[in-house]
Design a protein around this ligand. Structure first.
Ligand code: NG1
Ligand code: ZN
Length: 536
């Protein structure tokens, strides 16, 4: 490999002038026509990352998740299936913003030198993309970067984001205590199907389930997955809707998890059937929201990430107790400041589990969840998972049961550890987990919803001249800058009962967000508006 090869390849995929790019919470994400050069350069970095990490496979996912079809994005997945390490985000930003092809090549070799990367080591990259039409062009740019750097690569074509994360983890087995699963898309389906059957323990799924796939890649993948399940044995009656991936313009349009969560209503099409248990994936199938419309009251009920977290924590907490492992296991729930205050109260006071709050962005939650034996983490928007430590998995598999009940609890825990994606939030895997729990508890969505009552809340997006003026502390719950703003917010919050409010700069949009909770809807709105006025 030489400089000229990279230089020539780079000239085929120039960066669009006049833009500053930043590797954000979800990698690089923007209008797809700005992304070709960006993706090429991400390819260069992923190759370096693999060489730096002893030739382990690095993943690259091309998706813009719940964003409209004209957008796209590219992000890097580290060897254990986790998000790219933070220090390397800055390196990615550096490469992508190199002003010329020559400057790019120079910076690439500067990284090689500074990070002591051995260019003779084999580099390995695997990648996939969602259903966006722009994905084709972007993978060409990516492959050209991998060719130019002598990187071995596998193009997995259409994938959900969590399947790509699974494949990265499964590929890098060397030195791992357990194999993660077969290195193929089919291997992912088989692992989940097998674990689902084991976790159900002969129970049947409670009622039919309508799954809205946001017209994204989750649709075809869910269809495929269902072929691996003994549907009758499980009493499984799944109806897949919004699974049109042939008309790109309908992706995430008036459907999907983000629509349901932000609009607080079911997708208008197909016409919601009253009382039917429903859930929505987002465009790359890493978020999940459950809901139903009440037949009599015409009311809409939603079970978001906070509810999924508390459901999982309650079920797994009980199983750990039945398995006789309560003394040995640290179980914790990780949330962000956007979690409804009543979910936090329920988890700490009723379930008696520890809750930690982190800044927004799943990489932060994931990291903190790894500190527990069992770490449950979800953002309110439905992105999350449950992590099990190697010690926990060992205990599920190797504890000698003293009773049939204890054996059943241990087996169910071991099955859940296989069922739940250990790398990232996964709508398909999370949906199966929810169904297992509802079946074991013999609960409807109504029973689940009754566990606690949400506090009224309001989230407002505020246009500001310069969002970078807003700096936070305390897991983004307090503003340290501009000076004095937090004091003003505190003064407003004090005036309301059971109230909480905070403001922070968005990590994904050029705006600030204000969040408020209070005892009633009108007080919540009033408080939110007062805080908006402070930061405007
Ligand atoms: P920002 O724009 O930083 O608030 C949003 C979501 C996050 C997270 C990221 C990445 C809210 C309030 N924020 O972050 O939860 O999912 O996008 O997608 O929903
Ligand atoms: Zn997503």
């Amino acid at each position: 490999m030489d400089k000229d090869k990279i230089l020539e390849a780079s000239k085929k995929h120039p960066i669009v002038d006049g833009h500053t790019f930043k590797y954000g919470t979800a990698g690089f994400r923007m209008k797809a026509d700005l992304l070709e050069g960006v993706t090429f350069r991400v390819g260069l970095l992923s190759s370096l990352r693999s060489r730096k990490r002893n030739s382990q496979a690095i993943g690259v996912m091309i998706t813009a998740s719940h964003n409209p079809a004209v957008d796209n994005g590219v992000k890097i997945v580290d060897p254990m299936g986790e998000m790219l390490e933070q220090d390397w985000e800055a390196l990615a930003t550096g490469l992508v913003n190199a002003p010329t092809h020559e400057a790019l090549v120079e910076l690439y070799f500067k990284y090689v030198k500074d990070l002591k990367i051995d260019l003779r080591a084999q580099a390995r990259v695997i990648y996939g993309r969602d259903t966006r039409p722009s994905g084709h062009k972007l993978v060409t740019a990516l492959a050209d970067a991998l060719e130019a750097t002598g990187t071995e690569y596998v193009d997995y074509k259409l994938l959900t984001t969590p399947i790509l994360h699974y494949l990265v983890r499964a590929t890098n087995t060397e030195g791992m205590p357990f194999a993660y699963g077969e290195v193929s898309e089919a291997g992912y389906y088989k692992k989940l199907a097998d674990a689902f059957v084991r976790a159900m323990k002969g129970k049947k799924v409670n009622g039919s389930l309508t799954v809205d796939c946001a017209n994204g890649v989750g649709g075809p993948k869910l269809h495929e997955f269902l072929n691996y399940l003994p549907k009758e044995q499980l009493g499984l009656d799944i109806k897949i809707v919004n699974d049109d991936v042939l008309r790109p313009e309908v992706l995430n349009l008036d459907c999907g998890a983000d629509f349901v969560k932000t609009r607080q209503r079911a997708p208008p099409a197909p016409k919601p059937q009253h009382g039917t248990k429903s859930c929505s994936f987002d465009g790359d199938a890493d978020r999940l929201i459950y809901y139903w419309n009440e037949p009599d009251h015409r009311q809409f009920f939603m079970l978001d990430g906070d509810r999924i977290a508390s459901l999982a924590a309650s079920f797994i907490g009980d199983l750990v107790e039945k398995a006789g492992l309560k003394q040995d296991m640290r179980i914790g729930v990780v949330q962000t400041a956007y979690a409804n205050g009543m979910s936090t109260t329920y988890i700490t006071q009723v379930l008696k589990l520890q809750v930690i709050c982190t800044p927004t962005g799943v990489k932060h939650l994931h990291h903190v969840a790894q500190g527990f034996d069992i770490g449950v983490y979800f953002e309110a928007n439905g992105h999350g998972t449950v992590l099990f430590s190697p010690d926990a998995i060992n205990a599920f598999k190797n504890t000698e049961p003293q009773s049939p009940a204890q054996k059943e609890a241990l087996d169910t825990l071991a099955a859940l550890a296989d069922l739940i994606n250990q790398t990232v939030g996964d709508a398909l895997s999370d949906m199966l987990m929810v169904e297992v729990i509802l079946a074991h508890k013999n609960w409807t969505l109504g029973d689940w919803h009754e566990t606690y009552k949400d506090r009224p809340n309001r989230l407002v997006r505020v246009e500001v001249a310069d969002k970078d003026l807003f700096e936070t502390t305390d897991a983004e719950r307090r503003l340290s800058r501009p000076l004095g703003a937090q004091e003003d917010i505190d003064n407003e919050v004090k005036k309301y009962k059971d109230a909480r409010a905070f403001a922070r700069a968005s990590g994904t949009e050029n705006a600030c967000r204000v969040y408020a909770e209070a005892a009633t809807h009108s007080e919540t709105n009033e408080l939110a508006e007062r805080v908006v006025r402070i930061i405007e």
